[in-house]
Write a protein that binds this ligand. Structure first.
Ligand code: ARG
Length: 574
């Protein structure tokens, strides 16, 4: 019977616990407990450089400190005493008996050894946030995919997550859009491709403004009218928002991404004036040359944040402050995470500092990311030099996947092929994002991301499918309880990696790095292939066959759970 055994501690935590005990017993400081998986199996399973760090601090010989630690260490039930290697590394190698016992626990556990977070928080995740009357482009793709994966992982770890899509539906772009709408709207095109038509209106007005300052003044007037509640301009604005929303929703449906809240910038409109008044009254902000600013004298490198312009207009920062206040008042979160590109780092530092002045205590985090590059290593653009539209990109992913499937499996019914193409195509795009460190500028390469070899979604999906088909073909059913035997090095290596699922998932949220999980799954799939080549499963007999089937089954479960935490489907057949 499977259990929800949230009390299973990870391998790393167990060793850390023993090491801390030993340090205390040895009269050493226990604040430098360092445990990490060994870089190569030559050095055992885990290693620690604690002795070296401590020796440096004490001006002592690291090997002597290492010996003191080992003398106080009680790990007899987990491993042999660790070896002291090199300049004073402690190398741990788990005993067969311990690994065997642990892998059986994980096999029986619904959560496959992923512990719940010690402090369960309520977290608001602000991500995706495209702008109305502008196409959603590849720059938004990173936020959307990263934010969704972080939300899934945080939920799995037991946090309460509220996802909020703070769309840009109230910006200065509307002055240009409304001017364009009134002077050169193409109704037919608006019906056919609304977002493209809105963008054309915006761009066309922008071009005219550059030649003719009078037009710029008129567009600004349209914006002021909108802000003052002019019914005609409000109607145009509302229609633009609705049309854009329909397009965004299609994209989210394709991506299988859902938001709990979609409170765009316009939602906070009414709150801006009173907020600035309050900032002035409480002296959080000051009048400055006709504008209103928040100054940060305690952080000199932080430039002042303008919250009201000389013309009385409000800014992106004002809206974001009103948004923080609303979120805190409405949901009382422990943390708010913003998944937005690195160029906005200064903006977030400013509004976080301002929020502190307002007495807001929730943890505020800007989760930044780099850019996506075209294969020429420059910012990704279409041939005409424009941003690549996200909708087109996703369609292309699905089409390309569909072609690959048709080649590999021409007899597959078309409905199944369509379904599979979206799992593979969308999975590939998501995985290309999630397998990179988020700060890396990565090259968007169709051939690479859709390849069935290498660190890609199709490779992982294929590993899962191979295991599933093994069970289908043999009619074998994984036994609910069976002894797992780890006799060959390949079985042992696979089991050790399976046992690291828990600590890997937990580590993702330490620095908001889903790539740790992606790379874990890739290594797991590689170890599985190694195991499968060396260790016959169906041809093995009795206890060994059961044990190997159990390892296969657990690998499939971890692969599918891991992919699902990344927002990627694991199909049953391919
Ligand atoms: N709409 C903004 C953009 O496209 C991103 C908004 C991020 N979220 C926020 N609360 N500022 O750049």
């Amino acid at each position: 019977m499977t259990t929800q055994n949230s009390t299973i501690t990870t391998l790393r935590e167990q060793l850390a616990f023993r090491l801390r005990e030993a340090l205390l017993r040895a009269g050493l400081s226990e604040d430098v407990v360092e445990i990490s998986p060994a870089t190569t199996s030559k050095f055992g399973d885990y290693q620690s450089n604690t002795a070296m760090v401590l020796a440096k601090r004490l001006g002592a010989n690291p090997r002597t400190i290492a010996e003191r630690i080992v003398a106080s260490l009680n790990v007899a039930d987990l491993s042999a005493p660790p070896e002291i290697a090199g300049a004073g590394f402690l190398n741990f190698r788990f005993s067969q008996e311990f690994l065997t016992r642990r892998i059986s626990c994980i096999f029986d556990d619904d959560r496959m050894g992923v512990p719940f977070a010690c402090h369960r928080k309520r977290i608001i995740i602000d991500f995706s946030c495209p702008n109305v009357a502008k196409p959603m482009h590849v720059g938004h793709i990173r936020s959307t995919i990263l934010g969704d994966a972080l939300a899934r992982i945080a939920r799995f770890l037991g946090h309460e997550v509220i996802t909020d899509n703070h769309i840009g539906d109230w910006g200065t772009q509307f002055g240009k859009v409304i001017y364009g709408w009134k002077h050169f709207l193409d109704q037919d095109r608006l019906a056919r491709e609304p977002v493209e038509e809105l963008v054309r209106l915006y761009r066309h007005t922008h071009r005219l403004e550059e030649e003719n300052p009078a037009i710029a003044a008129q567009a600004r007037k349209e914006l002021v009218l909108l802000q003052q509640g002019d019914p005609e301009n409000l109607r145009i604005w509302k229609q633009s928002v609705e049309l854009s929303w329909k397009e965004f929703e299609k994209i989210y449906r394709t991506l299988e991404i859902h938001f709990d809240q979609c409170l765009g910038e316009s939602f906070y409109n009414e709150a801006l004036r009173p907020l600035v008044e309050r900032l002035l009254e409480t002296k959080v902000a000051q009048p400055s040359e006709g504008a209103v600013c928040i100054f940060f004298p305690e952080t000199p490198e932080l430039t002042p944040c303008i919250v009201r312009k000389t013309d009385g207009g409000f800014l992106y920062a004002t809206t974001d402050l009103a948004t923080i206040e609303y979120r805190v008042k409405t949901w009382n979160p422990d943390a708010i995470w913003y998944v937005t590109g690195a160029p906005q780092a200064l903006h977030f530092r400013q509004i976080f500092a301002a929020a502190r002045r307002l007495g807001i205590q929730a943890e505020l985090v800007h989760i930044a990311f780099g850019s996506i590059l075209g294969e020429d290593r420059k910012m990704m653009k279409t041939r005409s030099g424009e941003n690549v539209a996200l909708a087109e990109l996703l369609n292309e992913a699905i089409e390309r996947a569909s072609k690959i499937i048709a080649e590999k499996n021409p007899t597959l019914p078309s409905e199944e092929r369509q379904n599979l193409a979206s799992a593979i195509g969308i999975g590939a795009v998501k995985y290309a994002e999630l397998s990179q460190h988020r700060m890396t500028d990565y090259v968007f390469s169709w051939d690479k991301m859709l390849s069935f070899q290498g660190n890609t979604a199709p490779y992982l999906q294929n590993a899962y499918v191979r295991i599933r088909s093994l069970f289908r073909k043999s009619n074998a059913i994984p036994q609910e309880t069976c002894a797992i035997l780890l006799e060959s090095p390949e079985e042992r290596a696979l089991a050790l990696r399976l046992l690291q699922f828990g600590e890997t998932v937990s580590a993702v949220l330490e620095e908001f790095r889903p790539n740790l999980l992606a790379n874990y799954l890739f290594e797991l799939a590689n170890l599985f292939h190694g195991f499968y080549e060396k260790c016959p499963v169906l041809r093995a007999e009795n206890a060994i066959r059961h044990s190997r089937l159990a390892l296969c089954h657990l690998t499939a479960r971890v692969l599918s759970q891991g992919l699902s935490l990344l927002g990627i489907r694991a199909p049953e057949k391919m």
